[in-house]
Design a protein around this ligand. Sequence first.
Ligand SMILES: [Zn+2]
Length: 490
Amino acid sequence: MLRKITSALAVAILCQQAPAADVLIENVTIVSPERSQPLRSQWVLIRDERIAQISSKPIDAKGAQRVPGAGKFLTPGLTDSHVHVSDAVGLPQGAHLSELKPLTDAFYRQQPRSYLYFGVTQVLDLANVPEAIAAFEAQPQHPDLLRCGATMPLDGYPSVFVDKPLRYTAMPDYIYEPANAAKHPLPEGADAAAHTPEAIVDRIAASGAACVKIFIENGFGDSSDWPVLSKESLQRLRAAATKRGLPILAHANALDMQRIALDAKVDVLAHGLWNWGPASGKPGVPPEIAAHMNRIHKSGTGYQPTLRVLAGTADLFRADTLEDPTYKKVVPAPLLEWYRTDAGQWFKKVMKQNYGDLPDAKIASMELQIGEQGMRAARYLHDLGHPLLLGSDTPSAPTYGNQPGYDTYREMRLMATAGIPLLDVFRAGTINSARQFRWEKTYSTVATGRVANLLLLDANPLDSIRAWSQIDKVVLRGKVIEREALAADR
Ligand SMILES: [Zn+2]
């Protein structure tokens, strides 16, 4: 504790000694999501981490750091509203306790910069692992991090992937349902009163989290017997979260699971609908899928398509994934080297067990085909006039396909490929999540008073989705950072 106070003091003194200089971005084109057209020739003054003034005439700001903006496009920084900063991408569980520790350390050091490298200046973490959050925020350059507290039924997904009894301490915010006690008894030493929906929501609120993440998942592939919260528990959870003012985000990606989530009146579906059940394989958007998307729209439920989930597992089965030159920018070199080794291919081997002797290319195309259903569903929902939320779910599985920052960019590209107009992809990554999570007064527009988390792009993002990878500078809380200074191979 003492050490914490001392370091906080040191930071305060440091800040007093060197007040950040004002920044003046000159003669720039502003592209902000609340406008459908760019605003040309603007001067933007940044003071004390915020946008202080915007003017169509030069601003007189003596002593300010001047940033030439002619020919460039100033946008708000992006929000990726579905990430997991606690997972070291592509590494097996417990890697930090093994000889792989130098690789996990290198990953965690680079991770925040990789998000910034792709213009992601805000992330919403949906796992809320305290040590991982602290490590992320301890890096000198990192996106602003907001987080949800996660809860699940006792022995439910995703705790099923952790052995008993470790899962009860690794994921302690589980909900115990006495009616299920025969199959899922309360772990030894646990107090039932601390595992009611109300007690869990209280604990999540006390942790400072901005939302509650729940999992509605009865199984993948052949498994379908993982416990799912009862109607009654979901109702109590909803009431408790409302009382605390916390939105609920639900993991649910199959039609039957998403129906449960909508019945439970969650605020956001944290996955798109690609698992169509009996409608799988049908062309277009079959009537039962359309009806479901209409229900999402009518209820105003937030929707994260998370198109990179299956594209990211498909990446394991493509021979050229690790040859992608962008990987050098977001992955530390030793980790990239390790992915190429036999040990680094471990998750691919796990996945392959589901596919028998099928060749890699066939497996990749099967994964992508299911993912394509998610793209059609997202497009359909968009066309109803529904605002989508950008969320890459990085990493959704231990695949090296889902790299921080790069995955956010690729999610935006997939949205564009699905037929979502560029302005709406932009809005998904900025103002839509700001509205959903009620932080529009803080982030996501280029407007006076907002936090100066901004991007200076070399191309107009309303002309080309690739503009999101043509970043010249990142402005982070008023500090101007050259993009290449954020690269893993800098
Ligand atoms: Zn996730």
